[in-house]
Design a protein around this ligand. Structure first.
Ligand code: GLY
Length: 363
């Protein structure tokens, strides 16, 4: 497959890019006269956007930018929702989902439940560029990655292992796991209950990185990567590996992606539905809110089989976010409730890379 603005050209031409970056202000003038490049994504996409935006301003390919943004989070052990140091499944194994899509050629690539590979989003890219398929799963995804030269990398950090064990030990008072002895009292007496269900505050059960990109030439691309739902059933595949759910783009309409409860995104075909709304002329915020309203209605029916999906306040007990960019450069970040995530990352010529408040459906 011949890809004129390929990763090889992009990376291999870095010297040229440095020169190009020097003239980014000129490019910015060109862009503001015509198209403007935009990146929109989850809050944890900001560091990657800061590194990539000058390249995008200089004419970089949107798929390159989206993937490079995700790779920053994948390599960061402090981001416990993605890649290295991601929260493991219930067996203590880090299983990753990742996908990318290129609107110019309308092709996607994805890997699901892949283990021991640092950059699943790069493997997803190989699926996109070097196969006629859209997704490769599990142990076969690992073998596919190794065959393409990706090194084996242990992704479970000592911190994520300790959190998993604490969760495991706190699961039930009907098993034989006791957990560590309570710490000696400081000012407050120790809790008598050492076996309550444990979901650590620092490790949200849902977390992901998404980045949607509109390039200077008007092409769109997107990428999503995640370690998925914390302590998930092994083999569970979330929306991040499913094109149409956790991400979707179309060169005729725009791009969208999600973070939060993957099952809600899958059952709503959320990202594809949002892009379809863009195609029909709706503004990004309106398109996102429409799908959030639909998810609320769907959740009311889903509560027939899972009552815990509705909280004591009668609203969905989970949260979900969407990041959206249209071909005209308009963008939005929306969230169902705004409790778990309040901000999203955006980069566009007028303001540069920054965080903005997500607009919540339920306030
Ligand atoms: N949205 C990420 C997941 O549910 O796996």
């Amino acid at each position: 497959m011949s890809l004129p603005l390929s990763r090889r050209a992009f990376v291999g031409g870095s010297a040229g890019l440095a020169a190009s970056c020097a003239s980014a202000r000129e490019v910015r003038a060109v862009s503001s006269a015509g198209r403007k490049p935009v990146m929109v994504g989850s809050e944890n996409a900001l560091p990657g956007m800061q590194a990539q935006f000058e390249h995008l301003l200089a004419g970089g390919a949107p798929l390159d930018a989206a993937i490079e943004v995700c790779k920053v989070a994948e390599a960061d052990p402090k981001d416990t929702s993605v890649g290295l140091g991601g929260t493991p499944n219930e067996d203590g194994v880090v299983q990753l989902d990742a996908a990318c899509m290129d609107g110019r050629i309308h092709k996607s690539g994805a890997v699901a439940a892949i283990e021991d590979i640092l950059h699943p989003i790069e493997v997803a890219r190989i699926v996109l560029e070097r196969t006629d398929h859209c997704q490769i799963f599990g142990a076969d995804a690992y073998r596919f990655a190794r065959a393409h030269g990706f090194p084996h990398t242990e992704l479970l950090t000592e911190e994520s292992r300790a959190v998993w064990m604490k969760w495991k030990e706190g699961l039930s008072d009907q098993d034989d796991r006791l957990g560590p002895p309570p710490a000696p009292p400081k000012s407050a007496p120790p809790s008598k209950d050492t076996k309550t269900s444990f979901v650590p505050a620092r490790f949200e059960r849902h977390g992901t990185i998404h980045c949607s990109v509109l390039a200077l030439d008007g092409n769109v691309a997107c990428a999503t990567s995640t370690s998925g739902l914390a302590f998930k059933i092994p083999g569970r595949v979330g929306d991040s590996a499913i094109v149409g759910a956790g991400l979707y783009c179309d060169g005729e309409a725009g791009s969208a992606g999600s973070t939060g409860r993957g099952e809600a995104s899958i059952l709503a075909c959320a990202s594809a539905m949002i892009v379809e709304q863009l195609r029909n002329g709706r503004a990004p915020k309106d398109a996102g809110m429409e799908i959030l309203r639909r998810i609320v209605r769907e959740t009311e029916r889903q509560a027939l089989w899972q009552p815990a999906l509705i909280g004591p306040d009668g609203r969905p007990s989970f949260d979900i976010q969407f990041y959206i960019v249209a071909l005209d450069g308009s963008f939005a970040g929306v969230t169902l409730k705004g409790k778990t995530h309040a901000r999203f990352a955006v980069s566009e010529p007028d303001g540069g890379p920054r965080l903005e408040a997500l607009e919540a459906l339920l306030t």
